[in-house]
Design a protein around this ligand. Sequence first.
Ligand SMILES: [Mn+2]
Length: 297
Amino acid sequence: MDAVTRIAMDNIADFANSKPVRPERRLAERRQYRTIWISDIHLGTRGCNADMLIDFLDHVDSERLYLVGDIIDGWRLKKKFYWPASHNDVVWRLLKRAKRGTDVIYIPGNHDEMMRQFTGLDFGGVAIRRKAIHETVDGRRLLILHGDEFDIITLTHRWLAHVGDAAYEFMMALNRWVNAYRRFFNLPYWSLSKHAKAKVKNAVEFISNYEEVIAEAAGARGVDGVVCGHIHTAEFRVIDGVEYYNDGDWVEGCTALVEHFDGRMELLHWADEIAARDLSEASATEPDEADIEMLAA
Ligand SMILES: [Mn+2]
């Protein structure tokens, strides 16, 4: 371990005791889950939807939290340092919940592969693991891994992965413009690349191929299912009797996978939740007919 890393690790406890720029909302209002899985946050990039993730973290709590990789984007940070206060606030919230007693398991991905050297270590209440087995409350065993291990492009053509990365970066920039425009006209968040991906035949094939390969590998290991991230496509499918879950990402889809206390699994689409909340708040402030009648009388 080098000196810089040691200093960083020593400071983690102090960091959780510091104050975030954006204060947390009250704990009592939070929805409770047995388990939460999130991945592909890509802190350190402009594409990261830190604001939406902060909103999510302030509304939910769980006994256990899995960080399923690509939490920090080391590839991008190496090229250009980008770290706004909101990204610090995400890290603060994650460490804070570990400190409050949530079981936090961090499985680094390919974009934060520099964290893989700490596999087996626990710091700041966060356990760093290469993969994990999660047992649901009704006894199903799920293999948890980031998933780049099964992505043939990142495995065999590292340079191509970087080209894909540049194209992806461009797409994300376009996504930000589209959504800045939509915000201006009070339209809800809309994922450009999510819609583009569904239209491109190759992308569709790549995704279903990836899902099948991972499910098959999990089945061969004798587990009931697999939870991964990596391809930024939230999904739940049963493939040859193996449950395949992908928790999505916080760049495009803004999704999380949760396990309820009865073992039921659910994909939360947080942009939709925010839109629904905004709508109900808007209708709550609009006077209904009875109020109007009272005013008239
Ligand atoms: Mn990845």
